[in-house]
Design a protein around this ligand. Sequence first.
Ligand code: K1U
Ligand code: ZN
Length: 169
Amino acid sequence: AQLPILEFPDPRLRTVATDVDPSQIGSPEFQRLLDDMFETMYDAPGIGLAASQVDVHQRFMVIDVSEENDTPMVFINPQILASEGEEVHEEGCLSVPGIFAEVTRAERITVKALDREGESFELDCDGLLAVCVQHEMDHLLGKLFVDYLSPLKREMVRKKLAKARRNAA
Ligand SMILES: O=C(O)C[C@@H](Cc1ccccc1)C(=O)SCC(=O)c1ccccc1
Ligand SMILES: [Zn+2]
């Protein structure tokens, strides 16, 4: 099922997620949640989705940066072991619809996490995957890409979204 995505400035997006209990990963409920998150992400459409965005405050995220939407990736209890370089990339966010801004992040990262089978893996990422992993991991810390904007610009974003919500209502 598609899950409702929380939208800025909803304070629940600021919650810091807690580690997933590895013994829960194999449960039907957790596997169903992963499936629902992929369905929600592909439908949005998006290239990533953090559990925080669907009001589940546990440390996991789903990503698929492939052109064909056929490379689903699950990162549970992710941690960045190493990072290097700097790269500016235009980012969007399903929790801040219609807003795009440039963000500077590490160019290359080594991320360690558990996969959907609960197996530990390490991955060297660069390019859009590295950007997306860092963007999703920020969500798990209650951070949004608009936090990298000036307070003035962030206020403009808040007003723009509030207006869009009024018009939609
Ligand atoms: O809010 C999210 O976490 C999803 C976000 C991830 C992201 C996008 C761009 C840079 C970093 C992280 C999105 O997927 S926004 C939508 C988007 O960028 C996109 C949608 C369809 C095709 C390609 C990109
Ligand atoms: Zn986002």
